[in-house]
Structures are given as C-alpha cells and as structure tokens.
Design a binder for this molecule. Sequence first.
Ligand SMILES: [Zn+2]
Length: 268
Amino acid sequence: MLLPGGLWHEGQRKRGFAFKPVTGALEFGIAEIAGLGYAMPEAVTKILQLALAQLGGEAPSEQRVEELCIADRQFLMRELQIHLGDSEIWYSQRCRHCNESFDFELDLRSLPVAEGDEHYPFVEVELDKLEIRLRLPTGCDQLVLADKEEVEIPAVLLKLCLLTQSKEVDAFIAGLTQEEVASIEKAMEQASPGIVTDVQVNCSNCSSINPVYLDPYRLLNRGYGTLLSQIHCLARAYHWSEEQILALPVQRRAAYLTMIDADRGMSH
Ligand SMILES: [Zn+2]
C-alpha cells in the first residue's frame, strides 16, 4: 500500500508501507498504549510503530514514524482502524436544526484520500516581497506543538517549517502581516495530502444538512472491547495461556469462539 505523502529521504519519496497481521496481541497493544495517558502525538507514534511491519521499505523506527507528515500519520491511523475491521461505523449525532438525535453509518473505505503533489513535501509561497520555501509539518513538529498555547502555534509552526534562510527568523516571522500568514497557511493546506475529516450528513428527521467531524485518531478510543472476555472464554475452554490466545490471527480466534458457542448451544 502507498502513503498519500511519504517519507522524504535523500531526495527520494518513499511511499510504501504494510501493517502486521491482526492478532489479539496487536489489538491488546493498541488499547494498552492508548490507555497510558501519553500526549496524542506520542501515542500515535507508539501505536504506528507497533502496528507497522514496514515503512518506506524499512523497519518502522520511532524516528521514521515521527518524520511522517501529519497527513500520513492521520491516514495510517485511519487505515489501521480499517485493517482491524472497524471500517463500517455507526455514528450518532444531534441535529443542529431540529435538535433530534439521528444515526448514520459510514464506511471509512469509501472516503477519498488526497495525495501530495509533485513538490511534496515542500511548499513555495510567493509573498509581496519575496518567495519563501517551507516543508509540510511532521510528527516531530506535532510533539513540539503539543505543549504550546493555542495562540503561539501558528508562529512556532512557521518557524519549524520555514526552509528559507534568514538571519533573523523570529523577526522575519514577527514582521509578516496577517494576510501573509494566512496565505502561507492556505498554501501549506493546499499542498498537504490528507484524509477526509469533515463530512456533511442529512438529518433523518428533518433532512437538513449537518457538518460532522470524523476524528482521524478515533482508534485511540477503541479500548479493549470484548477482547478480555474472548480471552477468558478461550482460556476456559482450551486452557491456553493468554500469550497463546493473543498470538492467534483474528479469524482463527473468531472461529474457535464460534465453535465454543455452538457447543454451548448443544448442551442447553
Ligand atoms: Zn434534524
């Protein structure tokens, strides 16, 4: 599979990646990392490191995962959700017109993905006085921004991503007009690959259109689900250890659980 952006290494764009097969160990590990209270960028890095078999043809080291652009990291978190079998999701939303709750189903696989353009991961912006060159923000930048105040973020991000040499970077950034900052932000947004995070959905009661936000990091809220009760059920029936059960591919785990269920049905 290909990343919409890719890692930029020695003048080459590396877009290949693959996830490990789904086992209980992977599902367990994801739930465990998500529950440990890391800041979001750190949790995302740890989960992707755990789940990826390869990234750009190499082992998914912490550094490589952090070097991915933010759009790639969001893409991978959503792809991982799909990989785990959670692609069809029911959402519940309160209509902002009639105030009634309505449910809708969305298949994440049906959402489009925008790929980076031929300049990726770089962006050039023509300002009044000069042309500046930037790179798209990465997971490393997300880490730096994680403990910054909302108001500081645009200037800090600009400083991190600015590639144009300037002796007085802070003064240069402070000297930009609001319009210039806005046009830089717009250019970066347009150049960035990306997944869909905002959709419009019709309310099933009054048919009016509602904007709905699709969290790209929804996987962080997955939790253990029924995994623990499945382990319990298999351990009781077969006397396997937790480690043996977690190593089973997800389809085999499901097949054994179906058989246990069928046996129970017969004994009733
Ligand atoms: Zn409505």
